[in-house]
Design a binder for this molecule. Structure first.
Ligand code: ADP
Ligand code: ZN
Length: 723
């Protein structure tokens, strides 16, 4: 008997070992094994069992040395999923295994220490034999229903010797137990009962229940339409039939508030996995899932791999969120993996969003996915009035705040209501636009904003590789061209100057470095310790502040002019999400959107809350320009400290790819960030109707011409980022 083992060396191959007699009965795929490798002993996952050795190896086959844990870390179905992802993302299988299991879980010595737990015996042998202090102690242990030795000694002001005396007399039992390191701490969670669903929710739940195994449903519901309650009841139905569930949420939305809503309904059956857990907590949560103690898992994209047995349902909340895409190897998309896993394990998938991704929307239009729609808010509140302010008119030109927005903020301050201001200034690339009319230099062939490159003072298209010299003046109105530049800090300063007495909080990557600063800022705002919250996309989603009646988007164009074919989609999502922040409770809300392009489709339809028209229009454009979802778009990125090396290899790879039929290959171009960390960066964009055509071509070419050690090359299938 032989076993193929995946060892974490990024060699993209499995190693064969023989299985000694003593392990033959116990060994199973998915287990972590101890094997010799060179002069070392390493750990690796058992991937396949074989009766014969197929490869004609010159090496002597060595035996497995041990089984680290007899319970497999991966089920055969999860291994199948892992292999599928390795193929789809063109990543080594070890990298996918690593992504699929928290490092803390397989790290040696991560188990929690056992501690003594005292449980009262309900029918003690001889109750009369107990008097005085010991009787009092016993009664209190019964009252507390037992507890950790340490806790009881402190709580009851006693010693372990006294409790042991009770044990000798047969009143309590003392046994070592593993103490759960609970990420929710010892906070008490009040249980919640299912709400009575409104008609739209009830019919959505019905559709989910009707969904066939392995199938997918889009829950398209406006912000506040009560999607979470639908998720909760759909999960409850799965639990009743003995099946488990996974709830995926964007990392940023994984706040105690969100977790609380699930914990209130399902209590101890919840496990939470997210990046802020300590190793110990993560270890315990993962094992609670594997053992079946926890049946509902809530976490970010990696939660899709949670070892839930007999999985019935995967929910991907805010399915359009880009944080589901991992931007390091393996570059998988959590939503897509959810769909793959569901089809392998016969589970259902619910994709929830107010602004579905166009990929998902197309799957719905083609009848591949089912859908349910919820158009009105479930609880209190109505969708706010939306006002689009044209910043190109003479009165507002060049300003950060329009007169309309200033007046609205002032009236909120007077009424003691709160305002959220939103400024999407990400550290993306620089785009060049006209300071007067907002014109953005755009590649005519691809309909994409050019990216400004300082090194050779030109504008390049990152899809086809075309370029133009930097325009001296705006070709439309003759105004001066400028780099978009107002960030949150500058806006905050300007705001303080206008409203001297207003209390202002700022939330962006800089103000949220500390561990709890994120929650601290939001908590302070919720307690009305500030009147205005100004921030980046961090504040755009998922937050529910009843006293916020005004939301302002300072510059909707900064996301519209991003050199990304999804720029219009992002702008729509952003505005829709931001608008959803206002008027969550009884007070009516207002949203003000400042833009130089009031006529842009994304802005017009977002202001009208009309996703369907937006999607229709945008899909036509995507189709004409051969962008996803009509093509798969993959990015090959190269980086090296040697500028000439990276350029020549990028050009060589682009030339080789161009010879492959069925592919649309752009010229090699320097990346938007041309140099980072001493590395020069180049990229090639490849598109094709068939993703397998790109993957195969790339595998073949990269094998035929493997990059030298001084060159790092990555392949991003269905890319989301072009930096
Ligand atoms: P979404 O996730 O779609 O943005 P939420 O689930 O956050 O919406 O729901 C918005 C608000 O409506 C919440 O405060 C929730 O408690 C409330 N709510 C949801 N469903 C109902 C219902 N059936 N009856 C009353 N209130 C509801
Ligand atoms: Zn182009």
């Amino acid at each position: 008997m032989f076993v193929k083992v995946a060892i974490d060396l990024s060699l993209d191959r499995l190693f064969t070992y023989s299985v000694p007699e003593e392990f033959q009965k116990k060994l199973a795929v998915g287990q972590l094994l101890l094997v010799p490798f060179g002069h070392r002993h390493v750990r690796g996952f058992a991937m396949e069992l074989d009766n014969a050795v197929s490869e004609n190896s010159a090496f002597k086959i060595k035996p497995v040395e041990g089984i680290v844990d007899e319970t497999p870390f991966f089920s055969p179905l999860t291994l199948k999923l892992v292999k599928t992802i390795a193929l789809y993302t063109a990543s080594p299988i070890e990298s996918v295994l690593k992504a699929a299991i928290p490092a803390a879980v397989v790290k040696p010595g991560a188990r929690s220490k056992e501690q003594l737990f005292v449980s009262p015996i309900s029918a003690p042998v001889d109750f009369d034999g107990l008097t005085g202090r010991l009787k009092w102690l016993y009664e209190n242990i019964v009252r507390l229903d037992g507890g950790w030795m340490q806790f009881l000694c402190k709580e009851l002001g006693t010693t372990s010797a006294s409790i042991k005396a009770l044990e000798k007399k047969g009143f309590v039992e003392i046994a070592p137990r593993r103490k759960r390191r609970n990420p929710m701490g010892n906070r008490r969670v009040l249980p919640s009962r299912p709400l009575c669903l409104n008609a739209e929710q009830a019919s959505a739940l019905q559709e989910i229940k009707k969904l066939a195994e392995g199938k997918c449903l889009l829950l398209h519901g406006v912000t506040g339409s009560g999607k979470t309650e639908v998720y909760l009841q759909a999960i409850a139905a799965e639990l009743e039939s003995g099946r488990g569930a996974i709830v995926m949420v964007p990392e940023i939305a994984l706040t105690p508030q969100t977790v609380q809503r699930f914990a209130s309904r399902f209590g101890e059956r919840i496990a939470v996995l997210h990046s802020a857990l300590s190793d110990g907590e993560r270890y315990d949560e993962w094992h609670r899932i594997r053992s079946g103690d926890a049946r509902v898992v809530i976490g970010p994209r990696s939660a899709v791999f949670a070892p839930v047995e007999n999985l019935g349902l995967i929910i991907v909340d805010e399915e359009h969120e880009t944080s589901y895409k991992q931007d390091e190897m393996p570059r998988y998309h959590g939503r897509d993996v959810a769909v793959m896993r569901a089809s392998i394990e016969g589970a259902k998938v619910v994709l929830g969003s107010a602004t579905p991704s166009l990929e998902t929307w197309m799957n719905v239009s083609r009848g591949k996915y089912a859908s349910a729609t919820m158009t009105s808010r479930a609880g209190a509140g109505t969708l706010p009035n939306v006002l689009v302010v044209d910043m190109a008119n003479s009165e507002n030109g060049g300003k950060i705040f329009s007169g309309t927005l200033m007046d609205s903020i002032a009236s909120r301050l007077e009424r003691c209501e709160q305002t959220i201001l939103f400024l999407n200034r990400r550290g993306y690339s620089k785009s060049l636009s006209c300071s007067l009319c907002g014109y953005v230099a755009t590649c005519g062939k691809c309909d994409m904003p050019y990216t400004y490159h300082k090194a050779d003072n030109c504008c390049r298209c990152h899809i086809c590789g075309g370029w133009i010299p930097v325009p001296a003046r705006c070709p439309e109105c003759g105004g001066a061209m400028e780099y978009k530049g107002v960030g949150t800090q500058r806006a905050e300063a300007a705001l303080k100057a206008c409203f001297k007495r207003a209390r202002i909080l700022r939330m962006d990557a800089d103000s949220t470095r500390g561990k709890n600063s994120h929650d601290d800022i939001l908590g302070a705002f919720r307690r009305h310790e500030a009147d205005i919250l100004i921030g980046t996309q961090m504040i755009a989603k998922g937050l529910d502040f009843p006293n916020v009646t005004l939301v302002g988007v300072l510059n909707a164009d900064s996301s519209l002019s991003m050199p990304d074919f999804r720029a219009a989609e992002r702008t729509f999502q952003l505005i829709a999400q931001v608008v959803g922040r206002a008027g969550r409770a009884e007070l009516p809300g207002e949203a003000i959107i400042q833009t130089y392009n009031p006529a842009a489709g994304a802005i017009k339809s977002a202001a009208a809350g009309d996703f369907v028209s937006f999607a229709k229009e945008e899909l036509e454009e995507r189709k004409a320009a051969f962008f996803p979802p009509y093509s798969h778009l993959c990015v090959i990125s190269l980086r090296s400290k040697d500028a000439a090396l990276v350029e020549s290899w990028a050009e060589m790879y682009a030339a080789s790819l161009k010879k492959v039929k069925d592919l649309v290959v752009g010229d090699a171009v320097p990346s938007a960030i041309e140099k980072a960390d001493e590395y020069y960066r180049w990229q090639i964009v490849v598109r094709s109707v068939k993703v397998s055509a790109v993957i195969q071509a790339w595998k073949w070419i990269s094998l035929a011409r493997p990059a030298p050690a001084a060159l790092k090359v990555s392949f991003d299938v269905d890319a989301f980022s072009f930096v």
